[in-house]
Ligand binder design. Structure first.
Ligand SMILES: Cc1cc2nc3c(=O)[nH]c(=O)nc-3n(C[C@H](O)[C@H](O)[C@H](O)COP(=O)(O)OP(=O)(O)OC[C@H]3O[C@@H](n4cnc5c(N)ncnc54)[C@H](O)[C@@H]3O)c2cc1C
Length: 379
């Protein structure tokens, strides 16, 4: 009997899984024994790390956008639809116009910043976590001659290093423009150090001091008053700003909340090794949608896709499921617009930032171009 694999979400994780599976199961997909359906609620596939380069006007937005069907393997059926309900008992997912039956389901619905998580944030802040946000920020930065930039961070959020990188890149951007002495950059973080990973905090701290990037820890945003341009923290302190650059707490997709499959923020309880939804044998979860206490990052989704595809393909081929995800994450750390560090880590081994170099920044730039091969399941 034909095996149906349904993937919900055509972002990094979903596209990689669908394409890798199509390649791995080549003959079986071609002769109709296996059907792979990728359901995406958008025709655009956006390489989100590109938002930072858009904000600094290094690349135009189109550089980081492709149509989903140009990335999907020719044997993957791409359907543009919004899944509204996942029904594990009936092994189906439902939209307003159709229902899709599955034997194996991959949930790759990602996460997004909740701009309403703090009163006044939507009106009072800017961000680089959405396409529109990055474009607006680019235009704001281009016109900014002086003033105070306040960066606030709430958890959880994707790409944990991005806020810190943003502070370092802003510093370089205004130095190159010749007005750094007129711009105050203040970076804040909700816990007692400037990054959740101690080695990353240790890496960034001396650089912040050297480059006069101010920082404050235990900074928990409670409210924003856009009229007075003031951010108010939980202890009642008011912090004035000219540009509030905010990374709001993220939530999982609405369909996860509506289907009651996740925690209160919409993240799905997931086995850290098999990547199966807890309590299910045929639902897999990838990338930002999981509740795993690891970085929500494209590289995480990449390494997870290798494990997931091997296991699903093995099951379809009647073989045991033995691949295990070891928690691997790899991340470049931009130190400016010209140099970078890099970390890799997993469940057992903490990160240790590499020496900062021009070469690592160059590798990051190269990866930005190679990403499309990765999404196609070739790299
Ligand atoms: C500014 C920024 C910088 C970043 N930098 C890095 C970096 O340097 N390195 C790195 O590894 N990662 C980075 N990331 C993180 C990375 O982009 C994400 O972690 C990655 O995209 C997660 O992949 P995903 O497939 O889980 O989710 P996504 O790529 O977000 O895809 C989820 C998809 O599901 C779709 N969807 C949601 N609900 C439904 C539904 N009901 N029906 C159908 N489709 C649905 C969404 O529209 C979306 O297309 C960065 C992110 C940002 C914002």
């Amino acid at each position: 009997m034909k095996k149906r694999v349904v993937v919900i979400g055509g972002g990094s994780g979903g596209m990689m899984v669908a394409n890798r599976l199509a390649r791995q199961l080549g003959d079986k997909v071609r002769n109709g024994e296996v059907e792979i359906t990728l359901i995406s609620n958008t025709e655009k596939h956006i390489y989100q790390p590109g938002y930072m380069f858009i904000a600094f006007n290094e690349k135009a937005p189109e550089h980081f956008i492709r149509k989903q069907e140009t990335l999907a393997h020719r044997t993957v059926q791409v359907v543009y639809d919004e899944v509204t309900k996942i029904d594990p008992e009936k092994q189906k997912v439902v939209s307003a116009k159709y229902q899709y039956l599955y034997d194996y389901l991959v949930i790759a619905t990602g996460s997004h910043p909740d701009l309403d998580s703090v009163q006044g944030l939507r009106e009072g802040s800017q961000n680089f976590y959405t396409l529109d946000g990055a474009i607006k920020l680019r235009d704001t930065l281009a016109q900014m001659e002086e003033g105070k930039i306040l960066i606030t961070v709430d958890v959880p959020h994707k790409c944990p290093a991005a806020p810190l990188e943003m502070a370092l890149m802003l510093d370089d951007y205004f130095r190159k423009r010749g007005n750094r002495d007129k711009i105050e950059i203040k970076y804040t973080y909700p816990i007692g150090r400037i990054h959740s990973l101690q080695p990353v905090a240790d890496w960034a701290c001396p650089t912040f001091e050297k480059r006069n990037i101010l920082s404050e820890t235990f900074f928990n945003l409670e409210e924003v008053d856009p009229k007075r341009k003031v951010a108010i923290t939980m202890d009642g302190t008011e912090h004035s700003y000219d540009l509030l650059l905010s990374i709001p707490a993220h939530t999982g997709a609405k369909v996860i909340l509506d289907s009651k499959l996740g925690d209160e923020s919409g993240f799905i309880p997931t086995d850290r090794y098999t990547l199966k939804m807890i309590g299910s044998d045929n639902i897999y979860v990838i990338g930002d949608a999981t509740n795993l206490p690891i970085s929500k990052a494209g590289s995480t989704a990449h390494y997870q896709s290798e494990v997931m595809v091997t296991n699903i393909a093995n099951r379809i081929n009647g073989l045991p499921e033995t691949a295990r995800y070891n928690g691997k994450v790899a991340c470049f750390l931009e130190n400016s617009l010209e140099d970078a560090s890099m970390i890799t880590f997993d469940y057992q081994n903490p990160p240790s930032p590499a020496a900062t170099s021009d070469l690592l920044h160059w590798f990051k730039s190269v990866y930005n171009e190679l990403y499309w091969l990765n999404a196609r399941g070739i790299l």
